[in-house]
Write a new protein. Structure first.
Length: 286
């Protein structure tokens, strides 16, 4: 049995850890609320873009807009992985990395050699440790993603897709359903697929013409898809961190209860031993 002094030292250590995890839980809860608000704020614009694309899409536009080009055979493709810059968020990063590994293995089994683009330090560190070549690395996206962050990620890929260097771009990120449900999701960023229920542009009177509208709309559509993925990823990260820190705090509380009982037993045993020694000494002097 550990001595009372050793148990008391452990109690102090666990208590300090509990204070840290509790503070991190409170910080994550605060950030989660703001991150969730950003996700909700991005939804109306995203839905409006989807409606406009459905309204304007026509098969003949694929000949004039490279983003709508549907390749007959996918030869060159890129996979963009979005992870967090920090850990202590449960299995959030591990789930995204595992989804990316499975996706890459499936693509390689089909004979592809997908490029890997990593956003976030955790994904970069994982694949760098395993000597996996990464086409690009981005650690500049913080807790509050911006449209500029999304543009910095998508612009080089969009340019290469339009020039024919890439046939497909896939994004692996977290889908934010709730603070407790954030499964990995694979999104096809490029090419832009014909939306279900697309309506011919001939059904509308457009001013200016459809070509000019789509020339500005399609890049915005792709950029917004990346931006929405970033804000959902940020919200999912905070939700996972809050859950992880709450579990850690609860576990620390349970451990403190156990250690306190052990301390009381050790202290009681120590007192009993001291009394026995006193009684024994007194009998020896009698």
């Amino acid at each position: 049995m550990q001595s009372a002094k050793e148990v008391r030292r452990r109690i102090k250590s666990v208590d300090n850890t509990k204070q840290i995890t509790k503070t991190m839980e409170m910080v994550a809860t605060s950030k989660l609320k703001k991150a969730t608000d950003r996700v909700r704020a991005a939804e109306p614009y995203s839905e409006a873009l989807d409606v406009v694309v459905r309204s304007l899409y026509a098969p003949e536009f694929a000949e004039r807009f490279p983003m709508l080009r549907q390749p007959e055979e996918v030869k060159n493709l890129a996979v963009v992985l979005m992870t967090a810059n920090r850990g202590l968020c449960g299995g959030f990063n591990a789930n995204l990395i595992r989804e990316t590994r499975i996706l890459r293995e499936e693509l390689m089994e089909k004979g592809h050699a997908p490029e890997l683009h990593c956003v976030g330090r955790k994904g970069i560190a994982f694949f760098r440790f395993r000597s996996v070549e990464m086409e690009s690395q981005n650690t500049d996206v913080g807790d509050i993603p911006t449209v500029e962050d999304a543009d910095g990620i998508v612009s080089p890929l969009l340019k290469r897709f339009e020039e024919g260097e890439l046939d497909q771009v896939l994004v692996v990120s977290a889908e934010f359903r709730s603070a407790l449900s954030t499964p990995p999701r694979v999104t096809e960023l490029l090419p832009i697929r014909p939306p279900e229920g697309a309506v011919s542009a001939d059904s509308y009177i457009l001013s200016p013409d459809a070509d000019l509208i789509l020339a500005r709309l399609l890049p915005a559509y792709v950029r917004n898809t990346v931006y929405k993925a970033l804000v959902e990823n940020a919200a999912a990260e905070q939700g996972a961190r809050r859950t992880a820190m709450k579990n850690a705090t609860d576990n620390a509380g349970d451990m403190l209860e156990t250690l306190t009982r052990n301390y009381n037993r050790a202290r009681q045993a120590q007192i009993t031993q001291e009394i026995s020694e006193i009684v024994g000494g007194a009998e020896g002097l009698a």
